[in-house]
Structures are given as structure tokens and as C-alpha cells.
Design a protein around this ligand. Structure first.
Ligand code: 6CM
Length: 247
């Protein structure tokens, strides 16, 4: 059967061999495994997680953490989306082809290294937030199939001599992000667009890398994270409409 361009680019069901021989592999494997496990842990009211945004099935929690006056609040969000699979969600989050269409804080994106089908290294600059300096980030991104019906993308800061930090106008920020998605459908049925539901856990910790006013930063996060998750999930639903379901 003829395969469409989209199908061959979907996240592979097993780790790409080219990734496992790359120098970044041990770190990518360890951090991805840790992040995926943590993503599915319940937050509840314990451990200092406070709910700061709630809309429909979406819930967002944060823990207030400051190190030397710099905001490093870990964020955790849960959401449920009908009509798309975990694999499709992760495809649109991982693949740079779609990023400008859903990522509103982005100014520029460069692919620094194409490691494999399931791992890339990115340099990104973000829109400047007054009165702070503009930020950039250099991070690897890895998509993988995990437990049953589960796919996840993990992004984590890295270094590269061609992209030294704090060299130009930007301050380098450090990020660890995980988007973990799990699909389910009624027992005994085949999954379809009409019966599939995907649970999403999104975790993010950003170290701003240099001074930024705490109040401004928290206000930006409070506004931008719910906006991102709502926009991204509805973008994926729109993109998948009329296409065959990819499990
Ligand atoms: O996870 C998200 N996007 C991914 C693809 O771009 C990737 C991005 C990680 C960077 C997250 C940095 C957020 C900071 C944005 C504000 C700009 C910094 C200003 C600092 C001023 C002191 O994982 C979605 C990220 C959604 C962020 C709201």
C-alpha cells in the first residue's frame, strides 16, 4: 500500500537504531524514562502542587520554587482529548514542520542536529518579555512509544560549541519538558476517531538562566501555559479531522 508522507514521519513504534549509537543516547534514555514516569504520577493536593487553571478537562498545577530569587516553578498539566491518538499528539508536538503553527512564544527555530527519526536537537529563541532580556534555548527532543498505547516527547537542554550560551543578546534558559499521552477506547471495540480518548500529562520546568522579575514571569506562565495547551490540543484535533486514525 502507498504510504503518505505523514505516515512515514509518524513517531516510530520502536527506538531508532541511529539514536542508540549517538553520544547523547544514555542521557536521552535516562531523562526520558524518568520524565515519563513522573508525568503519570498523580498530583492531588499533596506535595505542594497548587491548581492555578482549570477549564473543561484541563487542569494545571504548579509548585512555587525559587532558587536565589529566580523562579523555577515546576508545572504539571492534565488534559483529555477526544478523537485523536497519543501517537498523533506526539507527532505534532515533536515534528518541527508544525511548530510555528501552534507555538506562540516562539521567535525562531533552528534544527541543530538531526540525530534520528525520533531525536532532534533544536535552537529556539523566544519572544522577548518586557522588562526581561530575550531568552533562547538549546535542547534535544525525543519521541518514543512507552507503555501500552502511550507515546511521549521529552525535551531537555543540552550544549553545543556552535551555540554558546549568552553570546549575543539572548540569555540562555534551561528547560525540561515532557508531553506524555495515553490512549484508551471501550474494551472489546476497535479504536476509531469516534471512540478514542487520549489523556495528556504535560510537565515543564524552566530555569530562566538569569534574572527575570518573579511576578512578571509567574504572570506570563499563568497566561501562556493554558493558552499553549488549549491551542496545541485543538490544533491536533483540527489537523487529524478526516485523516485515518494512526495508533
Ligand atoms: O513545550 C512547549 N514547547 C516546546 C517546543 O517549543 C518546547 C519549548 C520549551 C521552552 C519553554 C520555554 C517557555 C518560556 C516561554 C516564555 C519566554 C521566556 C521569557 C523569559 C522571560 C524572563 O518544549 C510549550 C511551551 C509553552 C510555554 C508557555
Amino acid at each position: 500500500a502507498e504510504r503518505t508522507r505523514d505516515e512515514v514521519e509518524l513517531p516510530p513504534p520502536a527506538i531508532d537504531n541511529r539514536l542508540t549509537v549517538h553520544p547523547l543516547w544514555p542521557e536521552i534514555d535516562r531523562i526520558s524514562t524518568e520524565q515519563i514516569q513522573a508525568a503519570f504520577e498523580e498530583v492531588g493536593g499533596e506535595n505542594g502542587w497548587q491548581l492555578f487553571a482549570e477549564e473543561g478537562d484541563m487542569r494545571m498545577y504548579r509548585r512555587e520554587v525559587e532558587v536565589d530569587g529566580m523562579v523555577m516553578d515546576p508545572l504539571k498539566a492534565m488534559h483529555k482529548v477526544r478523537g485523536v491518538s497519543a501517537r498523533e499528539m506526539c507527532h505534532y508536538f515533536f515534528n518541527p514542520r508544525y511548530r510555528y503553527e501552534w507555538e506562540t512564544t516562539l521567535e525562531t527555530m533552528t534544527i541543530v542536529e538531526q540525530v534520528s527519526r525520533d531525536a532532534l536537537v533544536f535552537h529556539q529563541t523566544f519572544k522577548r518579555i518586557w522588562p526581561a532580556s530575550q531568552r533562547d534555548a538549546l535542547f534535544w527532543s525525543h519521541v518514543r512509544a512507552s507503555h501500552a498505547n502511550t507515546y511521549a516527547v521529552t525535551n531537555h537542554s543540552t550544549t553545543n560549541p556552535d551555540y554558546p550560551p549568552n553570546a549575543g543578546a539572548c540569555i540562555r534558559l534551561f528547560v525540561t519538558v515532557c508531553l506524555a499521552c495515553r490512549s484508551s477506547w471501550p474494551a472489546g471495540e476497535q479504536p476509531t476517531r469516534d471512540n478514542i480518548t487520549t489523556s495528556i500529562a504535560y510537565c515543564s520546568t524552566v530555569n530562566p538562566g538569569g534574572w527575570a522579575p518573579a511576578g512578571v514571569l509567574r504572570a506570563v506562565y499563568k497566561r501562556e501555559y493554558p493558552k499553549f495547551l488549549k491551542r496545541f490540543t485543538s490544533y491536533v484535533v483540527d489537523q487529524c479531522r478526516g485523516k485515518p486514525l494512526a495508533i
